[in-house]
Design a protein around this ligand. Sequence first.
Ligand code: NAP
Length: 505
Amino acid sequence: MTLELTGRHLIAGEWTESETTFRSMPIDGGGRVFFAGTPELVDAAASAAEEAFWSYGYSAREERASFLEAIAEEIERRGAEITEIGAQETGLPTARLEGERGRTTGQLRLFASHIRDGAYLDRRHDLALPGRQPVPRPDLRMLQRPIGPVAVFGASNFPLAFSTAGGDTAAALAAGCSVIVKGHGAHPGTGEIVAQAIAAAISRHGLHPGVFSLVQGGKRDVGEALVTHPLIKAVGFTGSLAGGRALFDLCARRPEPIPFFGELGSVNPMFLLPEAVRARGVAIGKGWAASLTMGAGQFCTNPGVAFLVDGPEADALIGATADALRTIGRQAMLTDGIAAAYRDGVCRVGAAAGVKELLGSSCETRHAAPCLLETTGEVWQCEHAIGEEVFGPLGIVVRLRDLAEMESIAQGFAGQLTATLHMEAGDMATARHFLRILERKAGRILANGFPTGVEVCDAMVHGGPYPASTNFGATSVGTLSIRRFLRPVCYQGLPNEILPADIAD
Ligand code: NAP
């Protein structure tokens, strides 16, 4: 198979070059040349996205649903190339990339059926009350309308499901928004082939080519130009807290501030309640090790820290975790930068006073081995730096004096994507009490499971209070994520003839 890569940007249907280039960094060396993004390209893409919105934003739901299905088909048609280039660029195993492709096409089809169903429009109608005293009531109708052109920042750790045609793009296109993706420099070739699939679906459906553009990365000014462009009306982002916060602040400082839906990451605490530790400590330890090392720990839902009351049962659980982690070898990481950040994070946490190493991590160039550290509740509460996310297979186990200390730690947590309780029937009263605390801290609360593996479905919430996300009341996974790219409009007393078809009589 020959990969047909141009190294170019896709700007409103044209494969476009720019003056400067960058080299991709595949796992096996080599690398390809890609044209680097520029603010001028962002401007051209934004103008085309705005122009496209005047038709696409008013298209019928059925038309958009079949367009989303066409993108899924075009991705499947290029499945082998996507896996080949994706494996080279990210070092992810073939099976993972094939699974992620299925998740990506499944997401597109889920949004197709979601918009066909129409419940997402949240249509409301207050009938006119002409005879109401003292003031008559007019006819009032409400409908969710697409927000306008949307910018999407592809994630490094999901080259398909959170990137070019990933969840943010699928949700925005489903809503009726045109989209500009800022490609992630970790997988520009994968991004280009997926963009080819979207371009093919656009021409099959005869849509305005400005409905979708891909500006490859390269320099920081691309992202900045995108979020500050006056024609962009919302941003979807998955990445680091530092990067997300910088872009969020830029959005807030615009003359016209816009929503920045950032999915930023978290340590995903697990609270292991006493009866559960007693009844199945070894199984919990093994399960934690498997979840912690899935995808070399490069998931924002990675369960990075476990809290349990100290004692012989805690020893058994911790021993089982360490034994299971010891059997897991080195895994390739997504980029040299992420591998270096993992090395630094392990050193930083491991060097903190009162932290003991149970299993050390060897990490060379772009590979990582799991690491397990142990500390006490007292140290956890004083040394705030050890609670910061380390992206990779690092687990911290915290031995506590009692449940009161566990509660005080739970109360002290900042926003998280997930929080997990491991419990048995005898833990029910404690779990009920903890649930009230964790509901205020996390977007998703699990019992007796592990948070990696985010189901794409109606009830999913992948978000959480800051700093886990800047989604504030929204989710970046599942059908509810479409709400980020919609805006309610109320139509008061409008004649039926000019009302949008979705709300007219
Ligand atoms: P990142 O550094 O935040 O970058 C994400 C995207 O935002 C990239 O396209 C990047 O562009 C852009 N960007 C970041 N800061 C910017 C700024 N100040 N101005 C303009 N653009 C900016 O995240 P990453 O490269 O995916 O991974 C690095 C770290 O992010 C990881 O070590 C991990 O901690 C975290 N991460 C979290 C998640 C999650 O699911 N929450 C996923 C992946 C990674 P450039 O690359 O061109 O700079």
